[in-house]
Design a protein around this ligand. Structure first.
Ligand code: ATR
Length: 291
């Protein structure tokens, strides 16, 4: 299929999300909302791909009439070895979540999670982002893939001190040592000392699974967190986690995790379907209905 159809009168423009399992993905609902809102003749489907079939599925993208895909668990890292180009952010994060089939059929891999994280904060607390959290440290809970994306965005924003707090300290050290530019700006705190990492912080981000429906709760004493700090939980099910409820109650600005999911989808939609989509309340409600 040629990549030149407009989507208005030509063939249906096609994209999707590959994962294993993939049925839980909210991405079809998200892109489906935008396709209908912008009246684009397109489709975006959940595509179940077993890990051993990822290489074949990606090499067959163009032949299958797909303009690209999002990748979710467990394919984000494996895809690094299977695409033709990798952008700088994906290279640094060490994972790909968006693939675009170029005009020449080459697969271009990128990672939009760092973009989604910071755009969500720009949307919800623009003054805090613009002020760089007044030059204060940022505390990040967790050291997995989500923390890598969050730290990448924070480094790109010029944050001078990132406090890494993780149950397994060795993973925090590894994150600091392997993410370009982080080692000089990282301070590692033991999990037991997590409350102390909040002193003077301008922003607290939870990237762990704690507080997510079905997971253990996050036990965290916020007493040392300044009253003007922002608290962002990237967990979005439930939307208002116990952390956010606790922070809201003591007067902190709070940002839920759904916005990161919505904003990270924008670059892929623009590349595949040709419209620059907006994150609005209608989209939030449409996606929340799928939770
Ligand atoms: P993702 O790629 O989504 O970030 P992940 O790599 O599985 O997912 O990371 C999950 C994070 O939640 C990790 O920081 C993990 O801590 P460990 O590195 O010590 O495993 C954290 N996490 C999961 N369960 C936890 C628990 N019970 N207590 C504290 N942290 C936990």
């Amino acid at each position: 299929m040629s990549g030149t159809e407009s989507g208005k009168g030509g063939d249906v423009l096609r994209a999707g999300v590959m994962g294993w399992p993939v049925s839980h993905s909210l991405s079809p609902r998200l892109h489906g909302y935008w396709l209908s809102r912008y009246r684009i003749r397109g489709s975006y489907d959940a595509i179940a791909v077993e890990p051993e079939n990822l290489a074949a599925a990606l090499s067959g993208l163009a032949d299958d009439g797909l303009r690209g895909v999002n990748l979710t668990v467990p394919h984000k890292i494996a895809a690094l070895a299977l695409v033709d180009k990798i952008d700088d952010t994906a290279q640094r994060i060490g994972a790909i979540n968006t693939i675009v089939v170029d005009g020449d059929g080459a697969l271009a891999g990128s990672n939009t999670d760092a973009f989604g994280f910071i755009e969500n904060l720009r949307d919800q607390v623009p003054d805090h982002v613009a002020a760089g959290w007044s030059g204060r440290p940022v505390a990040v809970l967790g050291a997995g893939g989500a923390a890598r994306a969050v730290c990448t965005a924070l480094l790109d924003c010029g944050v001078a001190e990132i406090r890494l707090v993780n149950r397994t300290a060795a993973r925090a050290t590894e994150l600091a040592e392997t993410l370009p530019g982080l080692a000089d700006r990282a301070a590692i705190y033991a999990w037991a000392d997590r409350a102390g990492a909040l002193a003077e912080a301008g922003l607290l981000v939870n990237t762990t699974v704690l507080g997510m429906a079905g997971q253990a709760s996050l036990e965290l004493d916020l007493a040392d967190l300044p009253g003007d700090a922002t608290v962002n939980d990237i967990v979005y099910a439930p939307l208002e986690t116990a952390l956010l409820a606790q922070a809201r109650q003591r007067g902190n600005a709070v940002v839920d995790g759904l916005g990161m999911l919505l904003h990270q989808a924008r670059p892929g939609f623009r590349a595949w379907f040709g419209a620059d989509p907006v994150v609005d309340d209608g989209l939030r409600q449409a996606v929340l209905a799928g939770l």
